[in-house]
Design a binder for this molecule. Structure first.
Ligand code: HEM
Length: 91
């Protein structure tokens, strides 16, 4: 339980599992609360900052993965897209 709680504090874990895990996965049902926390009544993260964050993440992946490729970049973007879109549209 403690481990599960820790994993849910990790944005990447949440996004990847929300995209690929089942409908009832903890990551999926934590999305509304997370979106609210980042939304205009909470941290008030501007929608365009999600794009900035994604690009920074992928730049880091590119620098550190010796096997980096265009396909890997696309795979990250595809996997994370639905969660990011959710966060941007539920603020
Ligand atoms: C889809 C993208 C994102 C996801 C899934 C996400 C997810 C999370 C998660 C899981 C936490 C920890 C929450 C907790 O422990 O209760 C967190 C905290 C936080 N996030 Fe994000 N995040 C995203 C994007 C962003 C962006 C773009 C920013 C700012 C530019 C941001 C700013 C913050 C801040 C400041 C906290 C700390 C809040 C606190 O400690 O009270 N997040 N986020």
């Amino acid at each position: 339980m403690k481990r599960q709680a820790l994993m849910l504090q990790d944005p990447l874990f949440v996004l990847a599992v929300a995209a690929q895990g089942g409908k009832n996965s903890p990551a999926r049902y934590s999305m509304p609360g997370l979106a609210e926390k980042h939304g205009h009544k909470g941290l008030d993260i501007r929608p365009e900052l999600y794009e900035v964050g994604l690009d920074a993440l992928l730049e880091t992946v590119k620098r550190h993965d010796p096997e980096h490729s265009h396909e890997i970049d696309e795979a990250w973007r595809t996997t994370l897209a639905s969660g990011i879109e959710y966060m941007r549209s539920h603020r």
